[in-house]
Design a protein around this ligand. Structure first.
Ligand code: F1P
Length: 341
């Protein structure tokens, strides 16, 4: 953890590195707000990052698409820590936001995969996520690693502010369990493939989740759109009753994120609403969900890490859905590895 935070780990890869967080304890204690900027998958990982920072460091935090932020003349505040997230480190909307922030005197950290990329060079410090080369255009491993990086950043900020000492031990133990749990999920690939083949013909799909599950729903729907070209929408589960329930019918399957957490009963109530309208349901959960037509059961870890373990089977679902539809997964239409305009 400390090596990642100090940036030392990068020495193995390159001499051009982010140099760690570059935040001393006094500066870290002075942070009043954290604003996370990214695009696509990186934005969704940033949404989870903001929740982790609020939970573990008790600093108000939020995420916004970098493209929106740069076009809306935002207030740039010296007590806000800005964090730019990018797999490629070259996405133009993120880079432009970073440059504008720096012109206005803000402190900007990068959470970046590609060592020595433009955003890594512009940032005042940050972390590389070491997801390795993302060989396909669509970002997957980087999502997982970015969430891990934010868990470390949140713990670090919490520790400096004399919080999360027990959270630290608990979460670090949880992070150590992740590789074996992810391997166990990958073992269920054949089962996920069979489920994907059932949904491959759908015209449209709905994804729902609550709190930590909502960015997972957004990300899962983006993966599906990017490589299968099935239309997909993602909603916070409680927003369903504010309009989108009207869409639920047998032809519109719903993928529901249903972790065993304090919101389990609320999530189950949403499944009932969908079933009452004869909607088909695929649940991603820690145990079988009786209202669901299919459940992908994932291993339980610390609640804060649910987005990682629930996101991975949905990346596989998108992959196998696209494969069953004969799509060219490595060359998705209209998607570039890094969007530089
Ligand atoms: C952002 C992003 C990716 C997406 C695709 C296009 O890239 O939207 O999330 O999968 O590669 O660009 P980045 O800033 O994380 O490199």
């Amino acid at each position: 953890v400390d090596r990642v935070l100090r940036g030392r780990i990068d020495d193995r890869f390159s001499t051009v590195h982010l140099g760690g967080l570059n935040l001393d304890a006094r500066e870290a204690r002075g942070i009043r707000r954290v604003k996370i900027l990214g695009c696509g998958t990186s934005y969704h990982a940033g949404m989870i990052g903001a929740q982790l920072i609020e939970e573990l460091a008790r600093i108000p935090a939020d995420a916004e698409p970098a493209s929106e932020f740069r076009y809306r003349n935002p207030v740039v505040d010296p007590d806000t820590l800005y964090v730019a997230v990018s797999q490629s480190g070259e996405t133009y909307d993120v880079l432009a936001a970073v440059q504008e922030l720096k012109r206005k005197g803000a402190r900007v950290l990068g959470v970046v995969n590609v060592v020595g990329s433009a955003i890594a060079r512009e940032a005042d410090g940050g972390m590389y996520v070491h997801a390795g080369p993302e060989v396909c255009v669509v970002s997957t491993k980087c999502f997982t690693n970015t969430v891990v990086a934010f868990a470390l950043l949140a713990l670090h900020l919490g520790r400096i502010r004399d919080l999360s000492v027990s959270d630290g031990k608990r979460l670090i133990a949880g992070l150590r369990k992740l590789p074996a749990q992810i391997a166990a999920i990958l073992e269920t690939e054949d089962e996920i493939k069979k489920i994907a083949e059932e949904y491959a013909g759908a015209q449209s799909m709905m994804f729902i989740g609550r709190v930590r599950g909502y960015p997972v729903a957004l990300e899962a729907s983006l993966k599906l759109k990017e490589i299968s070209y099935i239309h997909a929408e993602a909603y916070p589960a409680s927003e369903l009753k504010h309009g989108p329930l009207a869409l639920i019918e047998p032809a519109l399957p719903t993928v529901a994120i249903v972790p065993d957490d304090e919101l389990l009963e609320k999530n189950r109530a949403a499944l009932e609403e969908i079933k009452a309208r004869s909607g088909r349901i695929l649940a991603v959960a820690h145990r079988e969900q009786e209202k669901a037509d299919h459940t992908i059961v994932v291993p339980k870890n610390e609640t804060e890490l649910d987005p990682i373990l629930m996101g991975i089977p949905l990346q596989l679902l998108a992959y196998h859905t696209a494969l069953a539809m004969g799509r060219d997964i490595d060359k998705p239409r209209n998607l570039a590895k890094s969007v530089t305009v």
